[in-house]
Design a protein around this ligand. Structure first.
Ligand code: SF4
Length: 699
């Protein structure tokens, strides 16, 4: 039996893997603080993909328009030939790299190094740009450092009140609800999600703002909290700066005006402010945000407004209270720390920082001058592919942008315009279907590595079985490919512990310091939360494991030690409804599926429960548009059309429909979504699109 962690979300539930009667691995929950012995149905069924008939076990090369089996030598040589040719002909930025928040820390680090050292390109970014980059930007501004939850998840279980803004853990990470059983919940969500229903069932509140109005709602709550005398003025004075600037915005958002903007009744705003404020006085309240508040063209400002509310109530940096962001992807936290972001070097350092460039260049045996500078963010990178000034090849690892990126009709055209598309994956995802070379890679139970969960806690992923014949690990692929591009093979090891040791050195002294992370500590079960700087004494105490479970207790990470309020200004969604597109569409996840669905749509039990895209809509709205429960409908935005099965629900807002984003082709929700980007985080506005809905014929 082997013990590891789930391949999917950032809760990173622990699981035992052992062979079942048929010899195939079976999962069962293992004790661990985040999942407390629970797994959701995605975790229980995760091993089914290891032996799935769709599993790729042979490299593929496109010939005459068709993907055909090839040897590894042929596939790697073909990929390297095209990458090298494009680099020589058009310069290093002709090649681009696209990573993932699902990659282990070691893969994220080596992928960034592969892009910048082996290819010499600045054009690298990853799908985490779509995940929580707005909250990361807001947190960096507020606290000087971004760790999703700067406290152990178990801390929230004893809180009196938890406010969840744009998060639905009852479906996205169900075992987390065990930590939310005792606190009274205030849920901010346009939908009556299962999480919102739990809040109402247990004496809490559900505030359902119009899509795109979370920011004014946060300001309205701040206004109501101040009017009711809940603000912690001593904390504001001693531990923060900038409150007056924030208040200049919030002063205009008294509850009745906030009701006009958001649609949330003023008495609900006052009730929520009182509930939260009383718990804050007892230092027993948390504010947690998720994608619902972040995936907006104003996502950074919106996350900032929630942090401002937390600061005004005196929550962050104290035991028993705080602000945190619930990371989505399995390694959403570690994925953004080790250098696969367009603007970052390992250690969560900015790529333009001269000291960071010198440090990394020295480690990589190159010069700061030869290290590329910042590249395009994910959406901008994908939109530039195959254009006259954009990259002409793309190397994809662990991601499926043909389904997960905004405006997928355009993205698929851009992928098709590439001279060369190389995809590393274990199934033929929608992106891999467009590739010129497909490299079959190992799955989570077949490799070693580390993940950093939503608490900033390092976890060890252990191999339960070897990959099937014909399959290589992602690290092996990078190790095989880099020397073919002229890189020193010693710089591209494929042993995970060797890569982790180098990553730790690269991060030393950085914002996310992993230099004291030791795989043996992780194996022995010692918790290690970053920052985990290596002890400076020459004879470190073997019993003292570097780890920081709770951050900011004495000081925030800005030079003056104070947290910073923001200047949250409401601009509203990037597009508006009109007579042609009269409804708001918002997107999100279902209990049974994960991200683009490339994995979970293939698992029979999950596909049976949620076999097709549905559109949740109020029955009155459905009737107004000639639709009934169970009918098929077309949804059309200014970018494209998708098809979904109508699911009427009387708790839906009359002006808003919800579609899950796990489906492909004519059921792809991102056919509707748009390119409008947050100016700071470059996160797209997935959560608000203007649409119309019309009846569709049954096929
Ligand atoms: Fe746990 Fe998330 Fe995996 Fe479900 S998908 S078992 S909540 S880690």
């Amino acid at each position: 039996m082997s013990t590891t962690h789930c391949p999917y979300c950032a809760l990173q539930c622990a699981m035992h893997l052992e062979p079942g009667p048929d010899g195939n691995l079976r999962a069962r929950p293992a004790p661990f603080p985040t999942n407390r012995g629970g797994l959701c149905r995605k975790g229980w069924t995760a091993p089914d993909l290891l032996t799935h008939p769709d599993r790729l076990t042979t490299p593929l090369i496109r010939h005459n328009g068709h993907l055909e089996p090839a040897t590894w030598e042929q596939a790697l040589d073909t990929a390297a030939h095209h990458l090298d040719h494009l680099r020589r002909t058009h310069g290093p930025d002709a090649n681009a790299v696209y990573g993932s928040g699902s990659l282990t820390n070691e893969k994220a680090y080596l992928l960034g190094k592969f892009a910048r050292l082996a290819l010499g390109t600045s054009q690298i970014d990853y799908n985490g740009r779509f995940c929580m980059s707005s909250a990361a930007a807001a947190t960096n501004h507020a606290f000087g450092l971004d760790r999703g939850l700067p406290f152990p998840l178990t801390d929230i279980a004893t809180a009196q009140v938890v406010l969840l803004a744009g998060a639905n853990p009852a479906e996205t990470m169900p075992p987390m609800m065990g930590h939310l059983a005792a606190p009274t919940l205030i849920v901010i969500d346009p939908r009556r999600t299962p999480t919102a229903q739990q809040a109402l069932d247990h004496g809490g509140l559900h505030l359902a703002p119009r899509p795109g109005t979370d920011l004014p709602l946060a300001l309205g709550l701040l206004h109501a909290a101040r009017t009711a005398g809940h603000l912690d003025h001593t904390y504001i004075e001693q531990r923060t700066t900038g409150f007056r600037t924030t208040w200049a915005q919030a002063a205009a958002h008294w509850p009745e005006r906030t009701e006009e903007i958001t649609g949330v009744p003023a008495h609900h705003i006052r009730a929520a402010a009182d509930l939260l404020g009383h718990a804050a006085r007892n230092r027993s309240a948390y504010i947690l945000t998720g994608r619902g508040s972040e995936q907006h063209a104003t996502g950074t400002a919106t996350a900032g407004a929630w942090i401002d509310l937390a600061l005004a109530l005196g929550l962050p940096g104290r035991t028993g209270s705080g602000y945190g962001c619930i990371t989505g992807q399995g390694n959403g936290q570690g994925g953004r720390e080790h250098g696969q972001k367009a603007d970052q070097l390992p250690g969560y350092r900015h790529i333009t920082d001269p000291d960071a460039r010198t440090h990394i260049a020295h480690l990589w045996n190159t010069t700061p001058h030869d290290l590329p500078g910042p590249g395009r963010s994910a959406t901008e990178l994908l939109a530039a592919l195959g254009t006259p000034h954009g990259p002409r090849s793309l190397f994809v690892m662990g991601s499926n942008p043909a389904v997960s990126a905004p405006d997928t009709t355009l993205i698929k055209k851009r992928l098709a315009a590439l001279d060369h598309l190389i995809v590393c994956d274990f199934v033929l995802s929608e992106t891999a279907q467009q590739a010129h070379v497909v490299l079959p890679t190992a799955q989570w139970a077949e490799e070693e590595g580390t993940m950093t969960n939503l608490e900033g806690r390092l976890l060890r992923r252990t191999r339960a079985q070897n990959p099937p014949p014909g399959v290589r690990t992602d690290l092996q692929v990078l190790s095989d490919l880099a020397p073919r591009l002229g890189a020193d093979p010693h710089h591209f090891p494929h042993d995970a512990d060797t890569v982790l040791a180098e990553l730790a050195r690269a991060s030393a002294g950085g914002r996310a310091d992993y230099s004291g992370i030791d795989p043996h500590h992780l194996t022995a079960g010692h918790p290690q939360y970053w920052p985990a700087p290596r002890p400076t004494t020459t004879e470190p105490d073997p019993d003292r494991v570097p780890s920081t479970p709770r951050m900011f207790l004495d000081t925030f990470a800005h030079p003056d030690g104070r947290a910073r309020f923001s200047t949250p200004t409401h601009h509203g969604p990037a597009e508006t409804t009109d007579t042609h597109y009269p409804l708001w569409a918002t997107t999100g996840r279902l209990l049974g599926h994960y991200q683009s669905g490339a994995q979970t749509r293939r698992i029979r039990e999950l596909a049976t429960t949620d076999p097709e895209a549905t559109v949740q809509i109020h029955p009155d709205t459905a009737a107004h548009h000639g639709l009934t429960h169970g009918a098929r409908a077309h949804l059309t935005s200014r970018r494209g059309t998708m098809t979904a099965r109508v699911h009427t629900t009387p708790t839906a807002r009359h002006d808003t429909v919800f579609v899950p984003f796990h489906y492909a082709h004519d059921q792809a929700a991102n056919t509707l979504t748009q390119h409008a980007l947050d100016p700071t985080s470059r996160m797209p506005e997935f959560k608000v699109s203007a649409v119309r809905i019309t009846p569709a014929p049954d096929p």
